[in-house]
Design a protein around this ligand. Structure first.
Ligand SMILES: C[S@@+](CC[C@H](N)C(=O)[O-])C[C@H]1O[C@@H](n2cnc3c(N)ncnc32)[C@H](O)[C@@H]1O
Length: 248
């Protein structure tokens, strides 16, 4: 099977994990808190927003009650999951199946383009960011992680691994699914080499000025349970929100 199809299949297989109402997944961070981080950085209510690599819509759904949202992903199962939630929650938003490297919109079609954890899977992030800059009129808001900085401490090896394995066992019992396997399979097909420095460079290459970088976002979006576990195990992942202003 072609590599690109295989990658899509991996994401299709994870559609249930990204469901807005999949509470075991949202054990770690809170979707509404993520949406508030975006909302606080948008100037006007009613702005047109494009969510690139929207998955099953964990940010698109809460934002759709305040903004005019278009959600784009290349996984049809993610989008089907989003469509189900949109219907059962009675939300208005547009769903587009397309590749982030080739956005099917005219220049400056959106006030704001947002992207949460969907830069790292891309095979050509520079091209996708150029597309985001092309279709954005005001801002690009990216939420991503500096995953390469994650340190596995001895405390994590001793206390953390058993705790996390127990969490995944509970997850399996509650949902009947084992996403760890699918994530591991997917990692084989990705370079996962994004970082703040790289994203900043890709944006600047597209005439996007970096207005804000905030690494304290993790404290605001994390649930109490995940903060407790982090304190216990010493496991830390660096994540940030970055706001770029588009210069035309
Ligand atoms: C880690 S998930 C994040 C999903 C969502 N943004 C969220 O925060 O829950 C990455 C998403 O990017 C999508 N994706 C990966 N490569 C893509 C591409 N080339 N074009 C469009 N979507 C892509 C995947 O299907 C998946 O839904």
């Amino acid at each position: 099977m072609k590599k690109e199809l295989k990658i899509r299949e991996c994401w299709d297989n994870l559609a249930f994990e990204y469901d807005y109402k999949n509470s075991p997944k949202w054990f770690w961070t809170n979707p509404e808190a993520w949406a508030r981080e975006v909302e606080d950085r948008i100037d006007s209510k009613g702005d047109k927003i494009l969510d690139v690599g929207c998955g099953a819509g964990v940010i698109s759904i809460p934002l759709s009650s305040r903004f005019d949202v278009t959600s784009l992903d290349f996984s049809s199962k993610m989008l089907l999951q989003l469509k189900r939630r949109k219907e059962d929650m009675g939300r208005e938003l547009e769903i587009i199946n397309a590749d982030a490297h080739q956005l099917p919109f005219k220049d400056e079609s959106f006030d704001v383009v947002i992207c949460r954890f969907a830069i790292w899977p891309l095979h050509d992030p520079q091209r996708a960011i150029a597309e985001m800059a092309r279709v954005a009129r005001k801002k690009i808001i990216i939420m991503e992680g500096d995953w390469h900085k994650t340190k596995i401490t001895i405390r994590h090896k001793i206390f953390g691994r058993p705790v996390y394995n127990f969490h995944f066992l509970l997850y399996k019992l509650k949902t009947g699914r084992e996403p760890k396997k699918q994530f591991e399979e997917m990692k084989k097909y990705h370079k996962t080499s994004t970082s703040f420095e790289k994203i900043k460079k890709w944006l600047e290459n597209c005439k996007v000025n970096i207005k804000e970088v905030d690494y304290s976002i993790k404290e605001r979006v994390s649930t109490k349970k995940s903060k407790f576990l982090r304190a216990l195990t010493g496991f830390e992942e660096e994540m940030f929100v970055l706001v770029g202003e588009v210069r035309k």
